[in-house]
Each structure stands twice: as C-alpha cells, then as structure tokens.
Unconditional design. Sequence first.
Lengths: 328, 406
Amino acid sequence: MTPGDGTLRDSASAPKRGDTYSINWRLVLSVVVLQSILLVVSPPLVVFALIEVMIFALYASALNLLLSFSGMVSFGHAVYFGLGAYGLALSITHFDFPIALGIIAGPLVSAFFGLVYGILCVQLTAIYAAMLTLACAEVTFAVVFQWFDVTGGDSGISGHVPTMLGLEPYQFGLVVLCVVTVAILMLWRVVYSPLGLTIRAVGQNPARAAALGHGRKSVQLIAFVISAFFSGVAGTLFGIFHGNVFPDYVGILFTVDGLLMVVLGGLYSFGAGIYGAIVYKLLDNLAAHYFEYWQLVIGCIIVIVVLVSPSGIAGLVRRIVSRIGPRR
Amino acid sequence: MHRRKLLQISTALALAVGLGGAAQAADPVKIGYVGGISGACGGLTHSAVKAMKIALEEINAAGGAAGRQVEVIWRDSKTKPDEGAKQARDLILTEKVDLLTGVCSSSVFMAINPISQQYGVPLISAVSGTHKATVDFGHPFVFQTQPHTLMEGKALAEYAAQQNWNNIVTMGLDYEWGRTTVKVFTEELAKLKPEVKISKQLWPRIGETNLTSYITAALAEEPDAIMGVLFGSGTNSLIKQGKSYGLLERTKLLTFLSTESYMSLGKDIPDGVHGWARGPFYALGSDKAKAFVEKYRNAHDGEYPNDWGMLGYDAMYIIAQGIDAAGGTDPEKFRQALGSMTFDTMRGPLKMRMLDNTFNAPSYLGVTKMSDAYPFPTMSDVAVISGDVTLPSEETVKALRAAAAK
C-alpha cells in the first residue's frame, strides 16, 4: 500500500557484517506502481485516506529511527512534525517567502529545533532524556498556542498555501508518494549505512560503542536531527495537504499517534512506521465510524496486538512470510 | 464468459433502477453535522446534538424543508481540526450533503471553512466562537449564528459602561480567545466611557488551577471590578479561591458563565457574580423557548439544555427555514434567503447581514442568584445586548479582511 511496505528486509537486531541490506528495488517499484494506480483510480475520499497514511508512514518512520535504532525515546515528536507545517506557514506569512521556498523552509525549521532540543536531550539518557523531550514539546506547544499574534493561536494559520497546492487530489497524492518514497528510502540508507551502524551500535550498547570511539551524545544528536528533519518533511506535506496549520499539530495527541504507530508496527524493525501508519489510520477511521466509544475500541485492539505479537505487525508479517514464503 | 458479462450488466441495471427509484421516492435534504462529540468539546456538544435532534424531529413532522424531509448525518470531529476537515470532505464527497453545520472549537471551524469554500457547500456554524471564519476569512457560504468573539467583547464593554465601575482589572486566559476578548473590551470601553481606568491586565495560563497570585495581584489595585475571560476550571478556581481572599466582598466580578458552569458548579457560585452567556434557557421568556426546554427535559431525564443546546436548536430552524424560503438548497439562493428574512428564534427575532453572513445574535449578561426554580444558581436581571449594537462595523470587517488577505 505504501512504499517499502513490508518488503524491505527487516532485521535491525544483530546486523551481521557482510549483510548488504540493499534496497529491494523490485519490491519498491511494485509498491510505488500499485500505490500510483490506487491513487489514480480511487474516489477522492480514498485518495485522501491514502495521502494521510503516506504522510504518517513517513512521520512514524522518522520517529522509529529514534525508537528502534538510536536507543532514544521521544515523547514530543509532534513538535518536529508540526514545526514543519509552521515553518512553511510562517515563512510565507511573516517573511514573504514564495511557496516553493516555504516548502523547503518547513523541514529545515524542524531540523533546527531538532538540533537545539537534541543538544539538550542527549545530555541525559533513558527516562530522563524522554522527559526532557516532553518538556521541550510542552514549551513549544505553549508558545505556538499563546503567541497568537504570530502563530494565530488556536485558530491557526490558513490561506498561506492553496490546499494541496491547487492540484487534483490524485495529483497531489502522486507528489506525496514521490516525496515519501524518496524520504523513506533515504531513511533506509541512513539506517543501513556506516552511520546507521554506529547509530544502532550506540542504541544497543553505548558503553561498547564508546570504547570503539563513538561517543553516544554526538551520534544520538545526529540521529535526532535526521529524525526531526524527516518528521518536518511529513509535517510540511500535512500542512500543504490541509492548507492550514493548528497548534494541535505540535500537540501531545500527534505525538501519541506516532508512538502508537511505531509500537503497533513493531519496534526494532524498519517497517514499523509504515505498517503502524496503515493499520492505525485504518483503525482510527473505522472505529470512530462504528463505535461511540472509539477510543476504548482502539485501546483494546492495541493492547491485544501488543500482547499477541510483541514484535507488532512487522513481527507478524515476518512470521507469516517465513511460513509460506521461500526460505531465504 | 458471456454469462458473466450478462450477469454484470443485469446487476448494474438493477442497481441503477434501484438507486434511481430510491432517489425519486425520498430525495431528502441532506445536512452534514461535524462537531466535537468527543475530545475537548465533548462536554458542551452533547446538549447541542440532543437539541438539534429535537428540532429535526419537529421540522420533519411539520413537513420538512421546501417540501422535502431533512436528514442529518452526524460526524465526530474528535475536536481535532484535521479530523474535522476529513469528516467535512467525506460528507461532501461521499454523502453529497447539501449543507454543513455543527462545529465546536475555533480550530475545527477554521479547518472546515476552506472546505466549504472549495466545494461551495454552505457551512452554518451553530456553536463556534471565533470571528475569523466569517470576518477575516469570510466567503459567501459561511454563516455564523452565535455571537462571536468581537461581538462578545463589545457586549461586555456595553455592560461594564452601564455599571458604576471606574477602575477595572482584566484577567484573560493567555490565548487567542482571552486576548482578543480583552482587547475588544478595552478598546470599546475606552470609546463608551473614557474615564474608566484599566489598572491592570493579567493573563493566567490556560489550565492553570492555582489563581491565587492573580487574585492578589488584581485585588492590590483595589478595582471596582475584575473582568475575567475564563471558562471551565478557570472560572471555577477564580470563584473558589477568590472566596478566601474575600474577592466578592472587595470587588465585583464579571465572567463567562454558561448554563454548563451553573450546572457543574452549583452552589459554589455565590450570589452577586456578574455573568455573561450565549443562550441561557432560563432567561428566554418566549413560549417557543419554554416549550423546547420542557420537551428537552422530558426526553433527557429532566436535564436542562446548556447554551450550546439552545444555539443548536435555533441553528437547525434557521437552516430549515432558509431552505424553505430559498425553495431548495442552491447555495446562493440560500444565502439570499437568509439575508432577506427575519427568523423567529428562541432568542427572539434574528436577522443576518450580508456583509459577513453573521446573525445579530444577542449576548446575555446578569447577576447570579440562587432561587427555588432551579437546582443551581442562574442569572437574574438579565440584560440582553442585541447583536445590532455589537456587530463590528463595515470598516473593521474590511480592515480585518485586508490584513488576512495579505
């Protein structure tokens, strides 16, 4: 359904030297073609849902870089998502950027804040670092929500960019597909490059990585900035998709959405963000449609998934593939 | 192969005939409701939905609108702007609704507004406070049936000017609603009664439950009144914590008190607080309002409708009567109809002006008093400040639109 869907080989744990982790181009291409066909033939509403899934797949994949590989937890990742959309909006409304430049500014603003907050957060580890990410997120939300002369407060900023750039939904869907595919492939490259190996080493055993000359702080900071940048790409796309931005985009609910997607998708696997986005957004759309207490239903389903398959959907898919598919 | 094709064709034909027949037989007016049924607005919206359902039943029993039955498709925005936008799109594209209504929380209203504009589907806000959708980003098919922030700020100034208050401290929640209301209040009051001194402006954080430092700071100015733009727990804390400082003995308090607050705070609200509201059922003397309240209570275990319920009921009738007068759901005819008629609502006769599609909805201000009539305090001596007085001037609207278009 989404680029890289399930087919990029997931085996983050214990990467062996000599493993290539090369991209399965045939798979990527077939997913992209399939998704393009879906975008072109589906009614607008399905196209909107597909666009949303793609954007969140990127956001969750960026978050997953931290959670699964770098050994960090971010309880405030919506900040980098939302600041992408705010970067786009504010650069246009306050600095008179043309739209094209604004679109570039979005992810850069996210990366900048990723750098600033990242420098603070990597000073600590484990739960303390996680709490610091939460604190940074709260500060950002408060500023965005209250500084209404600049950010428009809770009625947000609208009208700075035409919804979906004025394109037809399927056309915008194809643009999103291109951007998200490239971004997720870049994330894949990061994870399975020498840099990625270092990030994973630090994530798995910081002391040993330090003994090899890789300081935890600098490596985690790099991962943090990369993750913030790609979250910002997703947020910028989301801001263009809706043609507006609201404080909710940097708020706790978007953070929780991202975390749930990764956990549902399956921690410690590259595809977690993609699987999680597909399944979570599907649940989110359907449950609210059929149940009054939809939060309860989603909560129960997540609990069941986590209990039945602690390695999430990625683990489930891996198991199914290894049963029915040809042995590697 | 042939047989399969035959089967496909006959199925398609059967479907087409079936659908065509159904459309001819019923063809109801379809209204899409998007509101914060869950999420932050959940506690307020429930009453609006109940009230709108009662109005819908009555309207359909009386023959519907423009001779057609009215059908409402209810959707939950979860009080999230992106979710609201998604639901609005779905209603327009899949359900093919003729109009949209509902909305709670300014952000959701702002998120749905461009969608209404994009598809040319009228959006009639029943319960949203922001003025930005109709004023700053107004378009021909967005309508506002309740007093918005600019109108309420002015209503507060009108009320304060009539009191014997010469030294006022403002206390507004530090976000858009609080800041805008205080700004309009201060500006309008300066025009109405220049001698009034605003000795201090305080901005408590939203969600702040300990207001004692703000209370002492306000009392230090020895003001004649404190104007508090707070809601929910903010109002609650101000009144409760103010007690130990003798706030109400030392000064007057003017603050937002909807029916919801009276019901939840009950006797914690002392007599003598100056409150403002948008649709207090107990202060509306019309037979229409009385009949509705009775019907609502019978249907919901004796529960009283809150302000949002009153506004929702009125909005549903405004929509139906507008469609009636327009002879259908053509957006431009609907707009012309709304602009050319007077609506007999529970809040009295209301008219819409074409400048910004805003109704001259009144604001209600009064003084709290516990009586035997209700299990919670209500406002007595209610002053009704008409929207005719509070609607922003044409210059203001144009200036705000020019600034927004920049």
